[in-house]
Design a protein around this ligand. Structure first.
Ligand code: SF4
Length: 485
């Protein structure tokens, strides 16, 4: 994947994409603000939610062992996966053991994180997404661009075209008279998926929460497709990040209140499914739970960054982020986009790769993400922390980055008042020259240059350059005796 600035360039040039994103994020944002305002104790709830997750993370090993114990006691088989390869191998082995060539899937960002669909495809097993938005992404050979609404970058006309073109190739075709009415599109998806639900003998899910005390996995969803996956097939494999553990059933309470209002802007989500291992004669008769690390213990070891593991994947931070609203999710190069992706990916994968290193800089640090986060993750604090780590990681580079050179030059200039005065004089001269070249006036009346030549064009490629003032404060002070002349 290219680094964020390169990946974002194409998205910024796509006006349809920007229109789709702006419309969708504004709608969800307004809905969320309305339902959050209905809860006078919202701040207390946020504190309670953060405390529950912190308690689980503080005591993670013990909570996970307890979860394993209670799951096994209820007839589930627990697997521990250090990384994507180990987790994928478990799911592939279960599929092979049952001789299945297709599985239905629901609600699992963790499986997208580890590339499970691709691993299953290599083993000859087709994996069908059953969440409507994920189905759209899958049929469109696309990538998810939002945590909650993975197809947020698509509009109704595009979805109709995808259904007409692709559904027939992988199952029940879309009706030939398909329109782009949301209800008609949803009905086509329902008919298409029903065939798959009734045929599949194995399902793969994720979990929003895993309760250690009772060995209960919890999935929240809006369409009911998740419940079909969790109840109809004979075999169920749930891939669950180790940070999803919640100590007790009672502690689910604040989280179940925070999540729907923060994500879909609903007071309560339509479907909350919970299951504990195997129930004789009811639902899947073989249940596997894969507890996935894949960088989570690395994130946990980071004293500042570990708060990112509180994330309940509500997507509120995406919907308020001015950067996300303009570039969408693909530019982040991960299943976790937006502000949470900008910190979670470097924490899970480690810094040092140009793509990952670019993510902490994909933010204006306006703080809106922290204000919106239901579990009070201080994303700006973690962004700054990760930026410093990225910068530290490049201190020994033989060829310093332009930013490092600029900072060194600034340090030299600011280190001596005579040097600073000389630069101010040059800058005033440059201001007079540029003022003659500038054809644009910024709000407030200051002239600006739209295009600079040479390497400096990289700066003006995305913004106008306000011309430097012709007179520095120091010169003004000398000339006017501090405003007295
Ligand atoms: S960081 Fe907070 S706001 Fe963003 S998805 Fe996670 S829980 Fe939601």
């Amino acid at each position: 994947m290219p680094a964020f600035p390169d990946a974002a360039r194409a998205a910024l040039a796509d006006t349809q994409l920007r229109h789709n994103l702006a419309h969708a994020t504004r709608t969800i944002r307004d809905k969320r603000a309305g339902v959050v305002a209905e809860v006078p104790e919202w701040e207390e709830l946020r504190l309670a939610g953060a405390a529950v997750k912190d308690r689980a993370l503080h005591d993670l090993e013990a909570q996970l062992l307890r979860l394993e114990e209670t799951l096994v006691a209820h007839g589930a088989t627990v697997h521990w996966a250090r990384d994507a390869a180990e987790a994928n191998a478990v799911v592939v082995d279960v599929a092979r053991a049952h001789g299945v060539d297709e599985v239905v899937k629901v609600k699992s960002m963790a499986t997208q994180e580890i590339g499970l669909n691709e691993a299953l495809a290599e083993a000859g097993v087709a994996a069908w997404e059953t969440d409507l938005a994920e189905l759209i992404v899958q049929l469109g050979d696309d990538l998810p661009s939002h945590i909650l609404v993975p197809a947020i970058h698509r509009n109704r006309a595009e979805i109709r075209e995808i259904f007409l073109r692709r559904m027939a190739q992988v199952g029940r075709p879309a009706p030939t008279d398909l329109t782009d009415e949301p209800a008609v599109l949803a009905e086509a998806a329902r008919e298409h998926l029903r065939e798959k639900f009734l045929r599949a003998t194995m399902a793969v899910s994720g979990a929003n929460f895993a309760v250690a005390e009772t060995g209960t996995l919890v999935v929240l969803e809006s369409e009911g497709n998740g419940r079909m996956c969790l109840t109809l097939p004979e075999v169920l494999v749930s891939v669950v990040g180790i940070e999803k553990v919640v100590p007790t059933w009672a502690e689910l309470d604040p989280l179940l209140r925070l999540l729907p209002r923060s994500s879909t802007g609903e007071r309560m989500n339509p479907y909350t499914s919970t299951w504990s291992g195997v129930s004789s004669g009811d639902g899947p008769q073989e249940v596997h739970v894969v507890l996935l690390d894949n960088g989570r213990t690395r994130a946990l070891a980071d004293a500042v960054g570990r708060q990112a593991l509180r994330c309940i994947r509500c997507s509120a931070c995406l919907n308020v982020c001015p950067v996300y609203e303009r570039v969408g999710g693909h530019a982040y190069g991960s299943v976790y986009p937006g502000p949470i992706g900008a910190i979670l990916n470097p924490l899970l994968r480690g810094t040092g790769d140009p793509q990952t290193d670019s993510l902490p800089f994909a933010s204006s640090l306006c703080g809106a993400c922290f204000e919106a986060c239901p579990v009070r993750i201080d994303i700006p604090e973690v962004l700054v922390h990760l930026r410093s780590r990225v910068v530290d990681g490049h201190r020994g580079d033989r060829v310093p980055k332009p930013e490092a050179l600029a900072m060194r030059a600034a340090s030299y200039v600011f280190g001596d008042h005579r040097r600073l005065a000389a630069v101010e004089r040059t800058s005033g001269l440059a201001g007079r020259v540029l003022r003659k070249l500038g054809r644009k006036t910024l709000p407030g009346g200051r002239p600006a240059v739209e295009h600079l030549p040479g390497p400096a064009a990289a700066w003006t490629g995305a913004r106008d350059l306000a011309t430097p003032p012709e007179e520095s404060f120091r010169t003004w002070w000398d000339r006017t005796d501090g405003g007295r002349r």
